[in-house]
Every structure is written in structure tokens, then in C-alpha cells.
Design a protein around this ligand. Sequence first.
Ligand SMILES: [Zn+2]
Length: 434
Amino acid sequence: MTPVAGIKGPNMSQLPLVNASESHHGLVLSHGPWEQALRAILMDPGLIAAGSIRAVSVSGGTEWLVDRLDVVTDLPQGSQRWPLTNWIILSMERSGQTAMQVIQQARPRQSQTVVAVVLNGHERGKWEGVVHQQGHCFPLQSLRVVGPGMLALDHQTGFPAEPIPEQGRWSRTAGALGASLWRQVRSSHVLLVGCGRNGTLAAWQLAGLGVSHLTLVDPDQLELANLDAMPGMALDDVGQFKVLALARHLVEFNPDLLVHCQPEPVTEILARLRGRFQLVISCVDQEAARLAVSWLSRELLIPHLDIGTSITRDDRGQTELSGDVRLLLPSDGCVECVGGIAVREQSLYEFAAPRGSLHRGEPIAWHQQRAGSLGHLNGVAVGAGLELWLSLLRGTTSSFWQRIAWSTATCRVDGATVQAAEDCPHCRPVRETA
Ligand SMILES: [Zn+2]
């Protein structure tokens, strides 16, 4: 039996790990408490789910059954509980904390059994667990959720390789994508920067495609004027951070979706955005944020999908709708050399300026730049963007710029493969070291 990973520290002599090859420890939960707890700790990894457990001896070992879980802010301590009580602590991995460290912090009495499960914050379905019983610690080897789908997560393999569904929730999507693409999409972690109109639609379409893990970044709170083109949002959500409201609705739609929220400006948290993302999407209306995502794309070597829409009205009152969708691979083009940055110096200043800095120049009201926005235009642009990503996964496209525009009733769709400019300071260093 492989010892539980990450066990170290001076206190281990007090909590020896016992070779558990003859005694399997498994955890069994019903899907109601599991989903409720998961939702809460995904939304706020500082929270903990805890509840009492009972043991059932099964062939070859013990199963620990959980009937209910309560979401709490403080780690339950052994000294606060009766000597013969048994409980579970379910938490999200924070700063590399192991299940054994959770046990050590909970300080259970010798007579108390405690199961600690730490969910991996980065890999869907991965977790680590330890059972403390009579002063000894054993690895927890399996976790089962009783309910639709009968989720079973093995300690060694994590989420089982999913068969291609022929029926049920994902059958239509999987059928349209085909087996290989479906698996790629399903195992993807997408970083989405900007959760306004385009961003919200992108999040819903990604969740609908079956993407398993999203990280949402947006510092804004939801305003009444956002509701017309942000599906799923309700009046009650007004005033909340967009990312938190969106995440809550997404998880209601798909309980096994892992969502991380960052309600902060992307320019200020770049150092923290170090996940193993398969795609980063920017749906932003500030060039500094667009530049920041572009920088991240190059630093982490992630494809960058930039989606923007605009509605303008000329002097004669003629309205033009347009959408620009750019799929940019690191070193093969960036938002600076493909399409360009509107006010380069200003954008670079905002990118580098500390939080709370005054903006340079005259502030520009949104209606001075555009005539408004329309949900159906957002839908067309986002759909075009995600199809570009699927084409990338299929291997049929590379860096590509798709432009969609309407003037009068005619829809014009233009698209072309793009390359980095020879003198692009952003792309060049990557190409030179490639
Ligand atoms: Zn470039």
C-alpha cells in the first residue's frame, strides 16, 4: 500500500500511518449532501463541510457512511466533541495542505474516528483522504456518491475515464463532437476573463459543451442594466459580484462542474493565475485587461481566444453591428500585432498602474464609443469563438481572425489565418527562443 502522499513533519510520530493493505477504507455519501457541500466549498474554498459518520464493516474493510454535511467556517476540534464521536471533514486543497495535516489540526482524541478528505483544486475528480482511528491513520481508498450517475472515485485513478454517453444528459453534445473531441472538451480547464455579456454567454456555452473546470475572473458587480443580455441572472443577483452569481447558476445547471471565482481585476492577479488551462478567453472592454490575458497566454503557453462586439451608429443614423473573434496561439500572433491595441500607451499605463490609480486623460463614457449592445450579437460572436476552439482541438485551424458584420440586412463573415508581425515585441521573444 502506498502511503498517503505528502506526509511529513515532526508530529507524524504521533500519528503513524498504518499499512492498510488488509483493510480497505471507503467513504459513501448520498448525492444531496455531497452536491450541497461541493457547491459551498467550490464557491468559497475557505469553508469546510463536516458531519458525523458511521461505520459499516464490509468484505475486506470498512465503509464510512455520511448522512449529512454542514458547511462550517472553523475546523471541528477533537476537544470540542464527545470522546466517542466520529466525524468527517471535507475541504478544498489550500496551499498544498494534505489530509494528514487536516487531521493534525483537528487534534482528534484517541477514541475518536475522523475522516479527512481534501479535494484537489486543480484536477477534477482527484482527491486525497485519511482515516484517523484509535490513534492510527489509514489511507482512504475510495469515495462513492450514491445518486444519479453513481459517481465512484478511486484514490489512485481519480475520475474514471468516461465512456462516450449514448443516452442521457451529454448524449447529444458527445454525439455532435465525436469521441475524441468530447473527451478533450470534457477534460478541459478554461480560464475566462470578463464575465459581462459575452463572458456570461461563453461560460454557459462552455458548460453546455461539458467542460469540467472553469476559472472566472471579473471585478465587477452585477448592475440592473446587465440583465438584458446575461442569461440566467435574476433581479436578486443585482449588486453581487458577477463571477459569484454566474458560478452559482452554472453549478445549479451542472453540479459536477468545478468553478473557481476571482472577483478582482485580471491585471492584479496574474501571478495567481497559474493553472494548467487548456484555453484562456478574454471578453473584456478594456485594452489593459486584454493585454494582460495576452501576456498570460504567452507566459503559460495557452491558446488565447479574444471575443469582442460593437454596435456603432454613423452620422446618418446607420447602425453597424460587428463581432471580432480572434484565436491566437502563443508566438503566432497576439492582440497587439493582430488587430492592434486602440490606445497603446494608455493601455500599457493602465496595465502597469497600481490599484486605485487615476486614469490618464479624459474618461470616456460607454455611449461615446458605442451605441449599446444586443444579446443576439453576443450570441453569434461567442458561438463563432467556441467553434474556432473546437476547430483548434480537431486540428483544423491555427491562429485565426473571424470578423462578422452586418450593415443593412446583409451578414458578412470574413476570416483569415493570421501570423505574428515580424517586429511584435510581444510575440518575438517566444519565436526567438522556440
Ligand atoms: Zn504579437
